[in-house]
Design a protein around this ligand. Structure first.
Ligand code: GLY
Length: 589
């Protein structure tokens, strides 16, 4: 029986207080992380590399180092040491979110006419194939930065799985072969890339082993010396000598002066959710923000009508990509009007300009700030392929990483400086080679994205977090210019309650202002929707090739559940596993 005397109450009260405080903290620590690790990446061996590092006591940031390095070995068409990317990080213990910008930079000798002939015409292929197409890589800096500033393990420990994969080799798969066939000429042009990836100038057989001892040696140097093992010393010397001997313009100073930048991500609010995405020099976060703001300007509504939903989304996409072309570029070199582009007033104006019943021809949306008209549209053939890769990680404590990383086109420039094992990017094609000139993805740009020394080319890569009252999602995808609209559709699906598998499986459509057409995957638009959209004046362009390779982790805090999914369009894998137990594999759905 409880003694109600004041003396007894005085004894009980502080103990009750302590009990409630402990309960509160216990609740918070339950909420801080999912208690399980979750990884989704574009290759099972990269997912396994993350698992290995997490099992060794690493956190999500160590796992990010392991996956990044492993993807560069096992999916060399998509990313690698010779490229760059954006890493969106969230640290659970203090709620800090940041974007690590490891985007490539233009060499000091780059200039606006770099890819033009004496008549000012763009020389075909010069910004795509060979070392003149390559920006100064940011990836080695990112690996070192993540390990030193956010990880728990040493850089050498987290690079271990990638070094092993490069030394032991791995069997060629169908995706590698498809992309190598597409880039056969570029890979054949240099002796080193051809020796690693081809067999006497021909494609290897499926299942044949690709072994990369020189890449392993370069990774070991980075493991031993940090990023200086790449940007200085013997490797830097070989990189610069190889690039210059083959017609490139890199210098040792370009490498030594490479600077990674930590940037504030773009933070958006839509339908009660907080959305964190990539800031410039990515166009992703701003374009996604503009599109969501346009939807919000009409009260978020498009009713249940699918035609109206697609029409409105397409008109929002058209306007966001028009502004991408005009205003976005490297924020360290150009004044990007972020606040204006993301303002509710601007979105209301854009929304008011949308005719609910008619497509707005892109030709009627002015390129006011540009001195030149847009160049010719790229044909669908030019956009036959796209690469880049994405992974999503969340550790048991709730640390998370969404990273989209790239060499740009499949196998980047196709050029490997002798004695390095490093395939170089062709990120310089993401600049506007000339005002209004479309790049390989058909994207146009003007002064804000003109080639200048040390500038970062504008990107579409959009690693993203979606945070609602009960769920946290980590997502992203490769896909060239379509990355932004794919991530937008992923965000909307998550806000509509979709699970990870549903998000990655959903069929996708896309509009990018120019070419003025809706591109869509088979099954994305039903026949009634296609007919109605055509009646509204939309040009429709069905695409044979699938869009993207999305990797998603969703933690449902309310139901204490974590879901992962790797896009069925790719060969990736996703896994959830409890710390210190054997991983439970979950392949593509
Ligand atoms: N290289 C593709 C992108 O950054 O958007």
């Amino acid at each position: 029986m409880i003694d109600p005397s004041p003396r007894h109450l005085a004894w009980l009260a502080p103990r009750f207080l302590l009990f409630f405080v402990l309960l509160l903290f216990a609740g918070q620590s339950l909420q801080a992380g999912p208690g399980q690790h979750a990884v989704a990446s574009a290759h099972p061996l990269a997912t396994a590399a993350a698992q290995e590092v997490l099992a060794a006591g690493g956190n999500a940031f160590d796992a990010a180092v392991a996956v990044t390095a492993a993807l560069g070995v096992v999916e060399p068409q998509g990313s690698g040491l010779g490229g760059g990317g954006f890493f969106l990080l969230h640290r659970a213990d203090d709620g800090y979110s940041v974007m690590v910008d490891a985007r490539e930079t233009a060499p000091a000798a780059a200039h606006p006419d770099l890819y033009l002939d004496a008549d000012g015409e763009v020389i075909p292929g010069l910004s795509l194939d060979g070392p003149l197409a390559a920006g100064i890589p940011g990836m080695p800096a990112a690996l070192g930065h993540l390990a030193a500033n956010y990880g728990r393990l040493s850089l050498a420990d987290s690079l271990g799985p990638a070094i092993r994969l490069a030394e032991e080799g791995l069997p060629v798969d169908a995706t590698f072969l498809q992309m190598a066939r597409f880039r056969l000429q570029a890979l054949s042009d240099g002796a080193d890339a051809a020796r690693v990836f081809l067999r006497e100038g021909e494609l290897p057989e499926e299942g044949e082993a690709i072994v990369q001892p020189q890449l392993a040696a370069t990774l070991r140097r980075i493991a031993d010396r940090g990023p200086a093992g790449f940007y200085e010393g013997e490797i830097a010397q070989r990189l610069v000598e190889g690039v210059r001997a083959a017609g490139g313009i890199w210098t040792l100073e370009d490498l030594a002066n490479y600077e990674l930048v930590e940037r504030e991500p773009v933070v958006l609010h839509y339908r009660g959710a907080r959305i964190v995405s990539a800031s410039p020099p990515s166009s992703g976060g701003i374009a996604i923000g503009q599109m969501l703001n346009i939807l919000a300007a009409g009260g978020n509504g498009y009713g249940d009508d699918e035609v109206q939903r697609v029409h409105l989304l397409v008109e929002a996409m058209r306007r966001a990509y028009r502004d991408r072309a005009l205003y976005l570029g490297d924020p360290d070199h150009v004044d990007v009007p972020v606040a204006r582009l993301l303002s509710a007033e601007y979105a209301s104006r854009l929304r008011a300009d949308i005719d609910p019943d008619r497509a707005t021809p892109s030709a009627e949306l002015p390129l006011e700030a540009a001195d030149a008209a847009a160049g010719p549209e790229r044909s669908a053939l030019d956009r036959e392929s796209e690469q880049t890769t994405h992974f999503s990680v969340m550790d048991a404590e709730g640390n998370r990483v969404a990273a989209t990383i790239t060499l740009n086109y499949p196998f980047g420039s196709g050029f490997m400086p002798p004695g390095t094992g490093v395939l170089l990017n062709n990120e310089m094609d993401d600049f506007a080679a000339r005002p209004g000139e479309p790049n390989v993805y058909g994207l146009i740009g003007f002064e804000a994205n003109a080639i200048r020394p040390h500038r970062r080319p504008l990107s579409s890569m959009s690693p993203t977090f979606v945070e609602t009252a009960d769920r946290v999602a980590v997502l992203g995808t490769p896909g060239g210019s379509r990355i932004i609209t794919m991530v937008l559709q992923g965000i909307l699906a998550i806000l509509d309650g979709a699970g990870a598998a549903e998000v990655v499986q959903a069929r996708r459509f896309h509009h990018q202002y120019l070419p003025d057409r809706i591109e869509y995957e088979t099954g994305a638009l039903g026949s009634r929707v296609q007919l109605q959209l055509a009646r509204r004046g939309h040009a429709l362009s069905p695409q044979v090739r699938p869009f993207g390779n999305m990797q998603v982790v969703i933690w449902d805090r309310t139901h204490d559940r974590i879901e992962v999914a790797s896009d069925p369009r790719g060969n990736g894998s996703a896994a959830v596993f409890t710390p210190a137990t054997a991983p439970e594999q979950r392949g593509a759905p």
